[in-house]
Design a protein around this ligand. Structure first.
Ligand SMILES: Cc1cc2nc3c(=O)[nH]c(=O)nc-3n(C[C@H](O)[C@H](O)[C@H](O)COP(=O)(O)OP(=O)(O)OC[C@H]3O[C@@H](n4cnc5c(N)ncnc54)[C@H](O)[C@@H]3O)c2cc1C
Length: 485
């Protein structure tokens, strides 16, 4: 494995010193052992609260704030950095953006104006296998920065109060409120109380205990050669999932590339791994080192990194218990809850499906002076099955002779999806596949690759409980989805 000093030199040279500094900070945060939250005195019964709802974290989940305020609640957003700014780029299909208009936050024309590129189709392509186009999934690139700044503007107009530079350190829950303890620069301590807390701290939340992790690096590039060959950029086509090699160093690296403004392309390199393996190993630094070294194998040209984007995305396999909030008045949302697809990690799509029904359920509960019951964020039984597959992808064999196996499995899966037709294929990517199609999909993959049964049995490596959970999830998903079909 390449030395850290050499990696740092490459990242500094290709991405600049500021990128290196931010990477080191993020990797160091992840490497730290979990620190016990300081004890916070719980508010007594009858305490007059400062807010109905506090949103801790002002990233993508900021979407909850204006909706809750519009439903008559007093909302405060507390963010350790700046709220309503995005260091990411998102893609999605147009109908999935419908909640932005349904919520009354945006008109349809305003949503259209947030889209910076549209593709004729997307492709998934596996090393040594085929290329599988799909229409109507992840085919619009969204201006993430403008979306979040507009959400902030609407939140402010509805009376949401923003507190930036506030780092949440601990919470204490009483019978009818939570006290939150924040630190500000200069060792200033701030306590506030709320009837309900939305923990939207993403992967940094101490309750973000999901068992999978997807380190992701890349950013907006210019200078890639345009054309229609696989290693060129076609502005009308988005690469959804692409591999250019087999398993190396125990990881299956995957590329994603979607054109944005004219001449610009967002390119990501990522892999899935069990969370416990992504600690203290300079994961993002190593991945960026690889990104700059291998980018030429993915796309030709003379790339220049305009805006780096990187981070850790958690995922939950459904083979272990879910991330859980510490109390009844704390609700996990977004990446902290990790209820998005463990196969696609599309946290943006998942938040689109969650923020409106979630905010309405919170408002209804608080208006009746109760806490919302059950999980608020969108989930689907299908994830109980795809989670096991994601775990398989996260822990491939390190045996050199088997380095092409995962690509083979993925190729069989996507060839089967493609054979089923665009509807089911796009539906799987959008978390909308119906039960009858899912059963057909499994049968097709098994016919194409009979050893898939043996491969799935590899889940037994994760213990009998994990295997039992997966089989239970499979039967539940098949029957629930069949009923829904
Ligand atoms: C590089 C990258 C590319 C991605 N691309 C896509 C994509 O194309 N499509 C897609 O669907 N999804 C994508 N995702 C995933 C998506 O961005 C996340 O799922 C989404 O941002 C999660 O929203 P969130 O509100 O839970 O957390 P975030 O958006 O991560 O926001 C968390 C916020 O909490 C703040 N915070 C953390 N700790 C504290 C604290 N102690 N106190 C106060 N504030 C705190 C942080 O500063 C941050 O602003 C990508 C993620 C990454 C990293």
């Amino acid at each position: 494995m390449e030395g850290v000093a050499a990696l740092k030199a490459r990242v500094r040279e290709s991405g600049g010193p500021e990128l290196l500094e931010r990477l080191e900070w993020l990797d160091a945060e992840r490497a730290l052992p979990p620190v016990g939250a300081p004890p916070v005195r719980a508010p007594e019964r009858g305490t007059r609260v400062d807010f109905d709802v506090v949103l801790a974290g002002g990233g993508l989940s900021l979407l909850y704030a204006p909706v809750l305020a519009g439903l008559g609640l007093k909302v405060g957003v507390f963010e350790r950095g700046r709220a309503g700014v995005s260091h990411r780029e998102w893609n999605i299909s147009r109908p999935e953006l419908q909640p932005l208009t349904e919520s009354g936050l945006f008109t349809s024309q305003e949503v259209d104006s947030l889209i910076i590129a549209r593709y004729a189709h997307g492709v998934c392509r596996w090393h040594g296998g085929g290329e599988y186009p799909v229409v109507g999934a992840l085919d619009q690139a969204v201006d993430a920065g403008r979306l979040l700044s507009e959400v902030r503007t609407r939140a402010e107009a509805r009376g949401v109060r923003f507190h930036e530079g506030h780092t949440l350190r601990g919470m204490g829950e009483g019978p009818d409120a939570v006290r939150l303890h924040f630190e500000r620069a200069g060792d200033v301590q701030v306590d506030v109380t709320a009837r309900l807390v939305l923990d939207a701290r993403g992967v940094s939340s101490p309750f973000a205990t999901a068992d999978l992790m997807c380190p992701t690096v890349g950013g907006v590039l210019t200078g890639l050669r345009e054309g229609t060959a696989p290693d060129e950029v076609d502005p009308r086509v988005g690469d959804i999932l692409v591999t250019t090699e087999g398993v190396e160093e125990g990881r299956q690296h995957i590329w994603e590339g979607f054109p944005g403004r004219p001449g610009e392309v967002t390119v990501y390199l990522f892999y899935y791994a069990p969370s416990r393996e992504v600690r203290g190993e300079h994961a993002l630094l190593r991945l960026y080192g690889r990104f700059f070294e291998r980018l030429g194998r993915y796309k030709r040209g003379e790339p220049r990194l305009l805006r780096p984007t990187f981070g850790y995305i958690p995922g939950w396999s459904r083979l272990v218990p879910p991330p859980r909030a510490p109390g009844r008045r704390v609700v996990l949302v977004g990446d902290a809850a990790a209820r998005h697809s463990p196969l696609t990690y599309c946290g943006f799509g998942a938040t689109m499906r969650s923020f409106l029904p979630g905010a309405r359920a919170i408002a209804a509960a608080l208006q009746e002076d109760r806490v919302p019951g059950g999980p608020l964020v969108h989930d689907t039984p299908l994830h109980a099955v795809t989670g096991g597959l994601a775990m398989l992808m996260a822990s491939p064999s390190r045996e050199p002779a088997l380095r092409g196996e995962l690509n083979g499995l993925l190729d069989a899966a996507f060839a089967s999806l493609h054979e089923m037709g665009n509807g089911p294929y796009a539906a799987l990517i959008k978390d909308q596949m119906v039960g009858t199609d899912f059963v057909r999909f499994l049968a097709l993959v098994a016919r194409r690759r009979p050893r898939v049964y043996r491969e799935v049995l590899a889940l037994a490596r994760h213990g009998p409980l994990a295997t039992a959970r997966w089989l239970e999830g499979l039967s539940r998903a098949v029957f629930q989805l069949r009923d829904a079909a």
